[in-house]
Design a protein around this ligand. Structure first.
Ligand SMILES: NC(=O)c1ccc[n+]([C@@H]2O[C@H](COP(=O)([O-])OP(=O)(O)OC[C@H]3O[C@@H](n4cnc5c(N)ncnc54)[C@H](O)[C@@H]3O)[C@@H](O)[C@H]2O)c1
Length: 253
């Protein structure tokens, strides 16, 4: 279970939602984890510490060009190193849905800023420490919507499509440093944000998703953890530039 002993990780967007479960799982597998969120992550940190896990937290907006350097420095101050960056922070549960001809351009820009520019900025800021760790890991959280192409969320699908393509180019650039870059593409997941912001449509949408899956049940945040912790570990050191769909078998490629 503890295959990440002696590793340190940052998970963005981990005060709640999928990011919290990813951070908790990495910590349970031995990693020291820095939670980072635009919202105060210290209540989430306290939950992990109550379990006896080694965790800390910092507030940062991933779209702020200068903010993440402080998180990387904080991680190194606290844990002495940085091995794993999980770019999970993203706008999904709170964004508007509409045909693309009706999408608000300011919201379009904000989604691209957080979901595309955010991972670029965080990865760039983390790179010197990932190099220093000798074989770092960048794990981007994309979306299976890039392959299933649902209507009414072109801003979101475009942002995750960009992140999928960035994963490959980033992998090419940093392979020489022993750093791997991969992307997990989850299907519709009952996260805290979905429960809070999409309650009105959850019943009908959830049923449609269950019917479409080979494994016909709801997808929960915990369903994504195993893929992330595998890619974070030493066993995945020769896997890079890849997209792994984790959606219970809707998209098959
Ligand atoms: N829930 C799904 O169905 C689903 C499916 C596929 C992919 N994803 C992706 O998984 C990730 C997490 O989704 P979720 O459902 O847990 O969302 P969520 O809304 O429940 O949680 C998102 C977290 O990110 C934080 N955050 C938002 N903007 C931020 C910013 N600019 N800087 C730092 N933190 C920020 C929020 O405060 C929150 O804690 C997102 O990238 C999302 O696109 C979600």
């Amino acid at each position: 279970m503890a295959h990440l002993n002696d590793k340190a990780a940052i998970v963005t967007g981990s005060a709640s939602g999928i990011g919290f479960d990813l951070a908790a799982d990495l910590a349970r597998r031995g990693a020291k984890v820095m939670l980072c969120d635009v919202a105060d992550p210290m209540a989430a940190v306290a939950r992990l510490r109550d379990e006896g896990l080694d965790a800390d937290g910092m507030v940062a907006d991933v779209a702020d060009p200068s903010a993440f350097a402080g998180v990387v420095a904080g991680c190194v101050d606290r844990f002495g190193r940085l091995d794993i960056l999980v770019n999970n922070a993203g706008l999904f549960t709170t964004i508007g849905r509409a045909p693309f001809e009706e999408l608000d351009v300011d919201e379009w820009r904000r989604v691209l800023d957080v979901n595309v520019t955010g991972p670029f900025l965080c990865s760039r800021a983390a790179l010197p420490q990932l190099r220093a760790a000798g074989g770092g890991r960048i794990i981007n959280i994309g979306s299976a919507t890039v392959f299933s192409a649902p209507p009414n969320m072109l801003h979101y699908v475009a942002s995750k499509g960009a992140l999928t393509a960035m994963t490959r180019s980033m992998a090419r650039e940093v392979g020489k440093d022993g750093i791997t870059v991969n992307l997990i593409a989850p299907g519709f997941t009952i996260s805290a944000g979905v429960l809070e912001h999409q309650a009105a449509t959850l019943g009908e949408h959830g049923a449609r998703m269950r019917a479409a899956r080979a494994i016909g049940r709801d997808q929960m945040p915990q369903d994504i953890c195993g893929a992330v912790s595998f890619l974070a570990g030493d066993d995945a050191g020769f896997i890079t530039g890849q997209t792994l769909v984790v959606d219970g078998g809707i998209v098959m490629r």
